[in-house]
Design a protein. Structure first.
Length: 322
């Protein structure tokens, strides 16, 4: 069984601390058996303080990290404004040195500062909370910081933007491990979307020049039901009852992406879903997702995740067909 070990440090954020247990701990296979063994540890096995008004007792010390297939590090309060020397509490570097070389490491929110301080993110893309992104860039210039995304999956290293983005990252890993059927079931149990539109750019605190009633949400929802046909920008703007210029500006403010890029992402996501849960021919998947041809689907999928439709289906096919 895949073992997930969550490392709780003093000042840990309780919400983020519970994400891995809630997502991975809820996942079951077709026979109802648990797919993950989730354990929570502290550096020395002692209770840890939180950034709230209570402490948390854990069952394990850092020796649990030696048997972890995935290590999750939630944010803790000193990451937010402390000097670099305080991001590495005594014994933390040694504890993380016990993690197997093939184990995944997931940071949530500002826990990315820990990975940055250890050099694990050098020359890699990564993310953290948008509010701390500029500070992160100045401290770790070798890291390719992307503050517009909800998470970055670099294979062994996964960084999540902040708080609920940890849910997105864990659902993504669950989907990568066991396919969309399992991930969607867990998402439904947790009453969260299996994946969210856009990136964290939509959450950045900035002035909104137009009234809140001017929104593209309804048009985005409508577009998702019509992905199998062309959706020119003029039609989207007309549906939203806006000029093209206003629609593009509002769309980017709300999603962090221009309409064309957002549509391509949704088409690729829908194609991936069809490849996972159906046995439809590749050209039909391309047509139904609005990507046109099998060649176009191959190109977009290769750009997005680096594999062909056939290889993706062989990896994630759930056995369901229609």
């Amino acid at each position: 069984m895949h073992r997930v070990v969550v490392l709780a440090l003093n000042g840990v954020y309780p919400f983020e601390l519970g994400i891995a247990g809630r997502i991975f701990g809820t996942a079951t296979g077709p026979d109802g058996a648990a797919l993950y063994d989730v354990r929570t540890c502290s550096l020395d096995g002692a209770p840890v303080t939180t950034n709230a008004d209570f402490s948390i007792a854990v069952a394990y010390d850092s020796s649990a990290l030696e048997e972890a297939d995935t290590v999750v590090i939630p944010p803790f309060s000193t990451c937010d404004d402390a000097p670099e020397s305080e991001w590495m509490p005594g014994g933390l570097a040694c504890a993380l040195g016990r993690v197997r070389p093939d184990a995944r490491i997931v940071s949530i929110c500002t826990a990315a500062f820990v990975l940055g301080a250890l050099g694990l993110l050098d020359d890699r893309p990564a993310t953290t909370h948008w509010k701390q992104a500029d500070r992160f860039r100045s401290l770790f210039p070798r890291v390719r910081m992307d503050a517009d995304v909800l998470f970055v999956d670099e294979g062994r290293i996964v960084t999540a933007a902040g708080s609920a983005a940890g849910i997105d990252a864990c659902l993504h890993l669950l989907r990568r491990d066991h396919g969309s059927t399992v991930a969607n079931r867990v998402a439904r149990l947790c009453i969260v979307p299996p994946w969210r539109e856009g990136g964290q750019a939509q959450f950045i605190d900035r002035p909104i020049p137009e009234p809140a009633t001017a929104t593209t949400a309804a048009t985005r929802a409508w577009a998702l039901t019509h992905l199998d046909r062309p959706l020119p920008l003029t039609e989207l703007a007309t549906h939203a009852r806006m000029s093209v210029r206003t629609f593009c500006r509002r769309f980017r403010e709300e999603t962090g992406l221009p309409p064309g890029q957002w549509l391509t992402q949704q088409r690729v996501a829908h194609a991936r879903h069809l490849l996972e849960v159906t046995n439809l021919p590749i050209d039909r998947v391309a047509a139904d997702s609005g990507l046109g041809t099998a060649a176009s689907l191959r190109q977009h999928l290769s750009t997005a995740i680096g594999v062909s439709p056939t290889a993706y289906r062989q990896t994630f096919q759930t056995g369901t067909s229609r």
